[in-house]
Design a protein around this ligand. Structure first.
Ligand code: ADP
Ligand code: MG
Ligand code: MG
Length: 888
């Protein structure tokens, strides 16, 4: 017979923390605390596999399991000297949920189980407190009626409120025994009337009902949503803990509370928590009465005149404090604890690792290293890399006055300014032109993803913290204010109406995703800094990591920000972004519209000094660190106007016939630009473009070397190579220009020519391409597109459907597809190194900043990852964690 039930209590336990998968967090930690000899009410835990079985058996409990539960209860009876259902010394139980990872408040609990019309009398008699007994009974009916029998808890609250009003009571604690007894009668009558059956009196019926209900609560809508948001598999199921009740509602020497062993928002080493006298269960969090501080220091801080636990029950407090220390050194982490004091005696009801802000997590980790509790590497492993995002965004300078025009929810941290636009398309257009925008929508949908990517920030007037906009923005690390109900979007007239102002498309706003405020105009910001605990952790992370971390940077601003975050070079500089700025776009258009090579060269001659100065600046900022520059990649029509009005305008400005312009645009039209005339194909059609870019790079390298004294090693990257002969052709142009420039400058410059691996053919032929390529950089955005045959911008329409239907779990554009795209990377890495063992391998797609993808890169043995500037610290930490785990 399979073992379904694990018991704990009285200094021993059958299970331990290592069996958390089956016992759930709560069950495992209760067992662990019991085994440590801490005061834990005895109980048993039903393993989470039983949850799956419960559903398979059409929501029934199998006989084996029931037998084992009853055996466990016999043990509890022996330990407590009470008996379940007994009418002189009744044993009362709590029935609690517990999943592998904490899902706070998502599932159900039933307290005071075992009470009925007879045992309630016995409880009153035995405790000498009839009021307490009837209070417990009414609590039980209320919880059981809600959780097991499916009545809305509000119907109970209504009855109670009416009674309190009738009796002139304000607080539950003012109710007498007789008054509670009457409430019990009202509850039972209502219940029978609503459901057509009486409240179950048989404690065993109650028990099986409650266990079934806790299993069922695994599938309630709250729990389902929580799992979706936190990537928790449904198959895990919940365990069920059945435990002896202890009573915090047994008069003024009893209490119940929750506490953290350290401050969860600052991380300071101080006990932090709240409690209520003469209360039970969720009264502390329910907010009906104001809880009191646990420590005297916190009470003084909060200015409360209600005594602290430290003052009120000094002995229980002292014991609790000692237990906190004991648990911290046992678990070597900050704990979140639940406790109850029954007539002065302390009982521990729950322990788990405490949730904390990122700032607190860093302080706790660094402090615990100096306290000797954990090692530096453990400290590095303690920080969730993606949580750093909270600290890596610009914030509004606190010294400036805020002109608030609206507010909503602080959905994704950081502040951003930009011109308002109302469609995703406009946001994308703006990004291409190097303009900063805030995308304003009533609410967003998957079709808006590309626009959300392109915007500096997102503002919606509808939707909560888990709305599409909020979830996606947090995922992308873009500031977002959602559900700004005080503002209105008038889409037809392209207006945003806020407090006392009406803004039009193009007006500048600032959103503060950390406070939820929307401000008028552009507001001075403070750039995030790595200092204090954060800096310390980064030092430890850097010591542990093998891969280097570079940045994707197209502008000097990006490069500077990335350097301050510790980037060790540029892994991808997209030159096309340099062509959109100001005057340049005109010259670029001249080049594209030229009818022959001579015309193109004339325009390129004008672009050369602009590119050269860009590169000189980048090289100077990077001061000798490697800089990878990609040759022009996008199809040329992306630089040309689209709408009729724009065409007319641009043609007039350039002194061209609009008709001529339109014909050229038509001629450049492609059916599928993603797979069209782009990448190295451009350099092969128009080698003069590659020539100009190469010249700009080498001349800039000469200039920067002379200026800084630090020799720059440019790495020139040829995009979208599928054939070795493509690379040979372009490389020949680059090498020729290099020789020319070095000759002119009389200065030797080392440089590398490599390629992006972003086509399956390139990955498979990597050993051949490596004969010409001196490095590979995996362009995983395109490699994902070309491997799946899905265009990223169109995939947003069906990927969510795929996810909903369980066809794929994760969006491959967000988290690298290890099995397919990843396999191609493995093949290319291995074949490339076969030809050129010392060849440098890196990744420069969006995945370069994604923690799980970074683990994969460590696995494959890449030399570096490259990501956007604000993700550099996340990548440093992820790379460190990956290296530590790989060595373990
Ligand atoms: P959740 O997972 O929602 O926190 P719990 O199982 O921790 O649910 O139960 C909620 C509350 O019920 C606890 O915080 C505690 O106050 C109370 N409780 C649970 N079990 C017992 C017990 N055996 N004796 C007294 N109170 C209990
Ligand atoms: Mg709890
Ligand atoms: Mg690409």
């Amino acid at each position: 017979m399979r073992k379904w039930v694990y018991t704990f209590g009285g200094g021993v336990a059958e299970g331990s923390r290592t069996e958390i998968d089956q016992l759930g967090g709560k069950g495992a930690n209760l067992a662990e605390m019991a085994a440590l000899g801490l005061p834990v009410p005895p109980g048993l835990t039903i393993v989470s596999d039983a949850c799956g079985l419960y559903y398979k058996n059409e929501k029934t409990l199998c006989d084996d399991l029931k037998v084992q539960v009853l055996q466990g209860i016999s043990g509890i009876e022996a330990a407590t000297g009470r008996a379940f259902g007994d009418t002189s010394h009744p044993l009362l139980l709590s029935v609690r949920s517990g999943s592998r990872t904490s899902m706070p408040g998502m599932m159900d609990t039933v307290l005071n189980l075992g009470l009925n019309d007879h045992t309630v009398e016995a409880l009153g008699h035995h405790s000498g407190d009839a009021r307490f007994a009837w209070d417990s009974y009414r609590r039980f009916i209320q919880m059981y009626g809600d959780v097991v029998m499916g009545l809305d808890h509000e119907v109970f609250e209504e009855i109670l409120e009416d009674e309190k009003a009738r009796l002139g009571h304000e607080l539950d604690t003012e109710m007498s025994a007789v008054e509670w007894q009457h409430v019990v009668k009202l509850y039972k009558d209502m219940l029978e009337q609503e459901l057509g059956e009486p409240f179950p009196q048989d404690p065993h019926v109650q028990l099986w009902g409650a266990i079934g209900a806790v299993f069922s609560s695994w599938m309630n809508p709250r729990a389902k949503t929580y799992r979706l948001l936190h990537n928790i598999p449904e198959a895990w199921g919940t365990s069920v803990t059945v435990q002896t009740m202890v009573f915090g509602n047994l008069g003024s020497t009893s209490a119940t509370g929750v506490a953290f062993t350290r401050n969860p928002s600052t991380g300071a080493r101080e006990l932090y928590g709240e409690f209520l006298v003469n209360a039970q269960g969720e009264d502390v969090v329910a907010g009906i009465r104001t809880p009191q501080s646990i420590t005297e220091a916190a009470r003084i801080d909060s200015g409360s005149d209600k005594p602290s636990l430290e003052k009120l029950m000094p002995e229980a407090f002292a014991e609790f404090q000692a237990i906190c220390d004991r648990l911290e050194s046992h678990y070597r982490d900050m704990q979140d604890l639940e406790f109850t004091i029954e007539r002065g005696k302390l009982w521990m009801l729950q322990a788990r690792a405490g949730k904390r802000t990122t700032k607190a997590a860093m302080k706790v980790a660094v402090d615990m290293v100096s306290e000797g509790l954990i090692s530096e590497q453990e400290a590095v492993l303690r920080i969730e890399p993606s949580s750093l995002d909270q600290l890596l965004h610009p914030t509004i300078d606190p010294r400036v006055e805020r002109h608030v025009i609206g507010s909503g929810l602080p959905a994704s941290p950081g502040a951003a300014s930009g011109a308002i636009v109302f469609t995703a398309e406009e946001a994308v257009e703006a990004e291409n032109e190097g303009r900063k925008v805030i995308l304003v929508r009533v609410e967003t949908s998957p079709e808006d993803i590309h626009g959300m990517h392109a915007a500096q920030g997102i503002l919606t007037t509808r939707g909560g913290m888990t709305s599409h906009a909020a979830v996606v923005a947090r995922g992308m690390g873009i500031p977002c204010v959602s559900g700004a109900g005080t503002m209105r979007v008038d889409l037809r007239n392209e207006k945003l109406i806020g407090l006392g102002v009406t803004l039009t498309k193009g007006d500048i706003v600032t959103i503060d995703g950390s406070s939820g405020q929307v401000l008028k105009g552009e507001v001075p910001m403070l750039q995030p800094e790595l200092s204090g605990d954060f800096a310390q952790l980064m030092v430890w992370a850097d010591a542990a990591r093998r891969m280097t971390v570079r940045t994707n940077a197209d502008t000097p601003g990006d490069a500077r920000a990335a350097r301050s975050f510790g980037a060790e070079g540029i892994g991808l500089c997209r030159t096309e972004h340099m062509f959109f700025e100001g005057e340049r776009i005109h010259v670029m258009r001249e080049m594209i519209l030229a009818e022959d090579e001579a015309g193109r060269r004339a325009a390129l001659d004008k672009l050369l000094p602009m590119q050269r100065s860009d590169f000189t600046e980048l090289f100077t900022i990077m001061h000798g660190l490697p800089v990878t520059i990609r040759m022009l990649d996008p199809p040329l029509h992306e630089f040309l106007p689209k709408s009729d009005e724009e065409i007319e305008e641009v043609a007039n400005a350039m002194g061209l016939e609009p008709g001529f312009m339109r014909r050229r645009i038509d001629a450049l039209h492609e059916f599928n630009p993603m797979l069209g005339h782009r990448g190295c194909r451009l350099a092969i059609s128009y080698p003069e473009i590659a020539e100009m870019q190469a010249r700009a790079i080498f001349e800039a390298a000469v200039a920067a070397a002379r200026e800084t004294g630090a020799p720059v090693v440019p790495e020139i990257m040829v995009p979208l190579v599928g054939l070795r002969s493509e690379l040979d052709y372009v490389k020949a142009v680059i090498d020729r220009v290099a020789t020319e420039v070095m000759g002119e400058a009389k200065l030797e410059i080392s440089y590398l020519v490599g390629t992006m691996i972003e086509l399956p053919r390139a990955a498979i032929r990597a050993h051949i391409i490596a004969e010409a390529a001196e490095f590979f950089s995996f362009g995983t955005n395109d490699l994902t597109q070309t491997t799946f045959g899905m265009s990223r911008d169109d995939a947003a329409r069906f990927i969510p459907t795929y996810q909903r239907k369980g066809i794929i779990i994760q969006d491959p554009f967000v988290s690298l597809d290890f099995d397919g795209v990843g396999e191609l990377i493995r093949i290319a890495a291995e074949r490339g190194r076969r030809t050129r063992p010392d060849m440098k391998l890196g990744i420069c797609g969006e995945h370069g900043g994604d923690p799980t993808s970074i683990h994969f890169c460590e696995d494959v043995g890449l030399d570096y990852v490259s990501c956007s500037p604000f993700r550099v610290p996340i990548a440093r930490l992820s790379a460190a964690q990956a290296a530590i785990k790989a060595r373990a």
